[in-house]
Structures are given as C-alpha cells and as structure tokens.
Design a protein around this ligand. Structure first.
Ligand SMILES: [Zn+2]
Length: 146
C-alpha cells in the first residue's frame, strides 16, 4: 500500500512527513488497521526504504528511497499476479521435473509456497511452480481422461 503511494513520486528519493504517511495509510486501510504512526514506521523499517530520518518543526520526516520502493513494488506485483492467476488443473498442458528449479515456489494451483522441483506449463505457455500434491492430482486426472 505504501509502496504504491511511493511509486506516485518521481526521482531517487522523496522527503515525506511521517504524519502525512500515517494519514494516507489510514485513509486507504482505515484507522483500525493503522492505529498510529508506529505501524507506519515499522512498515517502513521492514521494507528498508528509509534513507534518512529527520526531526523537523513539522514533525518526523523520512527520506524515502524511491528506487528501492519501486523495485519492491514491482516484485510484489509479480508475486500478486502469480497468486491471483487462478490456474486450474485443466489449464495445464504439461508438468516437468527440473533439478534446477528445486526450491520454494508458490504453487499455481493451491497457492501454497512449497518446496518443489516441479514446473507446470499451461496451454497459454506460462511456466509456473506446482507442488507435488497438485502434480499428483494432475497426473491422476490426466490418466483418467486417457
Ligand atoms: Zn499445490
């Protein structure tokens, strides 16, 4: 949410008042979620986008690393897309095993992040991670159809 806000600015960095950021967050997410500036501050720290913190007469100001924020926003977009793409078992054309892929991948069917070396290819040509359970399910179905 904050990342989206940062991407509306241009340049390498931007000075923003903590008060402004908190108000913006409260507007977008509601005051129940963002009870105080503490939440905003810890989010910024977790993201690691604070370049500098300044105490000004208007209040605490942060210099936000916009380049980093934009990169993070992009990465999250990619992740979100992978999750929101609802792929069904019927959409899969093939499933491959690859030792190189071994690692944690979000499964395109169940959405869980699991250790897997399997990759699924859809009829559209997208290559997506698939967990072992869903892969077995896919093979079962395929064999039934055959
Ligand atoms: Zn799965």
């Amino acid at each position: 949410m904050l990342l989206g806000y940062f991407s509306t600015f241009q340049g390498e960095s931007q000075m923003l008042l903590l008060k402004e950021l908190t108000e913006h967050s409260q507007k977008v997410l509601s005051t129940q979620v963002v009870k105080s500036y503490h939440k905003v501050m810890s989010t910024l720290k977790n993201l690691g986008v604070i370049k500098r913190k300044l105490q000004t007469s208007e209040g605490v100001k942060f210099q936000i690393d916009l380049e980093k924020a934009c990169k993070l926003a992009e990465e999250r977009n990619v992740e979100n897309k992978a999750h929101s793409d609802t792929v069904q078992l019927e959409d899969l054309k093939a499933v491959y095993w690859s030792d190189e892929l071994y690692g944690e991948h979000p499964c395109c069917i169940c959405g869980y992040q699991k250790l897997t070396s399997w990759q699924a290819e859809t009829f559209k040509g997208d290559k997506l991670g698939i967990c072992d359970d869903c892969r077995l399910e896919w093979e079962k179905r395929r064999n039934n159809i055959d």
